[in-house]
Design a protein around this ligand. Sequence first.
Ligand SMILES: C[S@@+](CC[C@H](N)C(=O)[O-])C[C@H]1O[C@@H](n2cnc3c(N)ncnc32)[C@H](O)[C@@H]1O
Length: 481
Amino acid sequence: MGRPSGPNASRADAQRVPTQREGLAEPLSLPPDGAEEDLAARLRERAALSPEFWSFSGRSRREGGHGIFAYPAMMVPQLQGALLEDVQAVDPTVSTVLDPFMGSGTVMLESARRGLSFHGTDINPLAVLLATVKSHIYDPELLAKVRQRIAVRVIEDESHEIIVNFTNRDKWFRDDVAIDLSKLKRAISVERPRVVRQAFWVALAETIRLVSNSRTSTVKLHSYRPEEIQARQLNAIDTFLRISASQIEQLEDQAVVLAQGLDMNPSLSITCTVADARSAARSKYRATADILMTSPPYGDNVTTVTYGQHSYLPLQWIDSTDVPGMRQELLEYTRSIDSISLGGKLKGSLDWADELRVKSAAFAQCLDQLDGHPRNAQTRMVAFIRDLDESLDAIVSRLRSNSWMFWTLGERKISGVRVPTVAIVRDLLAARGARHVETLERKIPGGSKRMAARNASVETMNSESVLVMRGPCDTHCDSRS
Ligand SMILES: C[S@@+](CC[C@H](N)C(=O)[O-])C[C@H]1O[C@@H](n2cnc3c(N)ncnc32)[C@H](O)[C@@H]1O
């Protein structure tokens, strides 16, 4: 995380928000006994005082850095924030949060705000670019000057050359729009340093979401009809200037939040990297996190939320050297990122069914229910759970002994059968020695999250759960649990 000197720092100091951590004596070396019961009691008390507390209906605005890009299926920042505060209250020793399915970095910003260090990974490079920008303390005056320079360059640029080409480019962008996006790309590319360019690439990504020929009502690429495309009033340059202006305000608020986190914890660190959750831990990382807070996909991306497809058009326009972990093959097809994500490869998945049956009774029951449905239904269910199970080995190896886990999970139906993902993840974690603390249910305000498509064989629910678990535990804490 970079921190500029000057106006931000003093402004942040003036707005410093006290937290529950302040005033505590020396941190305890081990969490106090009974912390699990204390946490469960706190979580229940919130719902007892206000039955719809966990739904956060009307209280889930995405403020500051949380609002810079409409990434699919983002978490509710306030909900994750409340959970972090509750766990900090019962276990003041916690210092580092892990999110292996980080997406746009909602958990990152909520952790940093509370002085908690953060390690996040995602398989989608656009997600990591967003989280990287959200982890930086930008100087708003510098950003305003850069925006002005970009505007001047674009206005003076008389070229009609379209500098980005990929399969079906003309299907997804009108020529006039592609010419304007080319001017913007040229104007952003010459800025220095990289982290400043990255902020403007995010503004360009949000611009592309709005001016491409793909409907914004779905996360899957789905083009307008030709007559609709011609009739649309589009001006990519005006859109970019409007978005970048409001983004500078959002990043100014973000700078205050991050500076507040640094004041609480001067050794606060944030890392956001591209990695596959199934392999992220094994070789590179040590067990350093004491909170796991994450939200894996609801099912395979192709039939639930197409994170990769949603990122495909923006990633075509952003200089790939500025996108962390970007590889050219990820842009080959609209499905390239989705097919390497959880549940993306179906081949051979049924071979894992017996092993998973042993670990999870809920899995076994669901597999039996899908018997007799089109064979593909069982294959899809097993492929996703197999990948999720593989990621648990990698995730658990990155957690300290007796750590806290918060899994925000959605369930979907395959071929009319509801896949009990919450019960399955609980079983799979219990098989690794973790203990159940509490399960919170919440309605998703405004109906279900935006899905890939309405599809007779795959549906998702308009509610989700937060599964709270603890452990596994090494030999030193077994006696206390
Ligand atoms: C529900 S979203 C996370 C949203 C995030 N909590 C937020 O608020 O923006 C799930 C994420 O998992 C990522 N993902 C899917 N398969 C993955 C894998 N094998 N390894 C790492 N990330 C993966 C997707 O790219 C997506 O960003």
